[in-house]
Design a binder for this molecule. Structure first.
Ligand code: AMP
Ligand code: MN
Ligand code: MN
Ligand code: MN
Length: 298
């Protein structure tokens, strides 16, 4: 079974619309896909409705990726199986979206001081109604030929300690876990291998996440080195967390694809261990022994 529990759409900084994303998931033979846009759940309903009204055999999991601040690091917490109709949760997400806009204005003020004006308006245009992110500002800088590639926009202007970096005022990790739990979901520490921190800090991060009531952490990613996987699995076990895995898909490319190389070893308890939809699928699979399959007509 192919399970991918981390992906983005045009509702945040992904390149595919929610419908295009689920269509691609089908092409890639993904069985279960969580849509986890940055600080918004606005793509879930249209994707779910589309799947329901078509022949796509895919379970869409309602998710979100919350931005949090922890000791100067931007730490991302994925929420899985959140109730997208929970009005308190929706209200709370509004707070994050206001912070996104506040930060974007400040970043663009700094860019203006570097001699690059009009970036905020262009980034808003590129975002086209999505929640504004640094990716949109990066694309605006490329469109104006100020940078050659979005990656360069991060290394020159938008990354930590760079010319137009603004320290965000995101919620705490504890708040993120609480928000997700109060919306009925499970909290997953996203891509713990991507935070550019020492192993000592990583251990501290995971321990604090677990102490805050966090449920799971992502332990694998395509192209992750074996020793890194081993480290993450060890830290996960030390803190009694469940395992999760997702591609963090933003756009199709040679390096990024939905559902690719995300297997979790069978000996490790996954975050979906008690999900009814997974149990239904597994039961259906186990009810299809060879003797019950249609006979060959040759
Ligand atoms: P934001 O949530 O607005 O702070 O933007 C974070 C997003 O920017 C991440 O989810 C990535 O998609 C992207 N990003 C962060 N750092 C980099 C980087 N160094 N190069 C390219 N994209 C990045
Ligand atoms: Mn992103
Ligand atoms: Mn992330
Ligand atoms: Mn992500």
């Amino acid at each position: 079974m192919k399970i991918d529990l981390h992906s983005h759409t045009t509702c945040s900084d992904g390149a595919l619309t929610p419908v295009e994303l689920v269509q691609r998931a089908q092409q890639m033979q993904v069985d279960v896909l969580a849509i986890t846009d940055h600080d918004t759940i606005s793509g879930i309903e249209v994707a779910t409705e589309y799947v329901k009204n078509s022949n796509i055999k895919l379970d869409v999991i309602a998710g979100v990726e919350l931005s949090t601040s922890w000791h100067g690091f931007d730490i991302h917490i994925v929420g899985l199986q959140v109730d997208v109709t929970n009005s308190k949760f929706l209200q709370r997400l509004e707070h994050q979206l206001l912070e996104r806009d506040r930060r974007a204005v400040k970043i663009c003020d700094k860019l203006e001081k570097c001699g690059h004006s009009g970036i905020y308006d262009l980034a808003l245009e590129i975002a086209d109604g999505a929640q504004i992110s640094r990716n949109h500002i990066a694309r605006a800088l490329v469109q104006r030929s100020i940078c050659t590639h979005p990656q360069q926009a991060f290394t020159k202007y938008l990354g930590k300690n760079k010319k137009a970096h603004v320290t965000p005022n995101w919620i705490s990790m504890q708040e993120a876990v609480q928000w997700i739990h109060e919306a009925g979901g499970q909290a997953v520490l996203a891509h713990p291998g991507h935070y550019d921190m020492t192993t000592k800090w990583l251990r501290r991060l995971v321990a604090e996440f677990a102490a805050s009531g966090g449920d799971a952490m992502e332990i694998t990613h395509p192209n992750m080195a074996a020793d890194k996987k081993k480290l993450l699995q060890g830290v996960m076990a030390d803190n009694n967390l469940l395992a999760s895995a997702g591609s963090d898909f933003h756009f199709p490319s040679r390096f990024t694809e939905l559902g690719r190389r995300l297997d979790i070893p069978e000996s490790i308890a996954p975050v979906w261990q008690n999900w009814p939809i997974l149990q239904d699928r597994l039961q259906k699979e186990s009810l299809q022994p060879e003797s019950l399959q249609p006979e060959s007509t040759q």
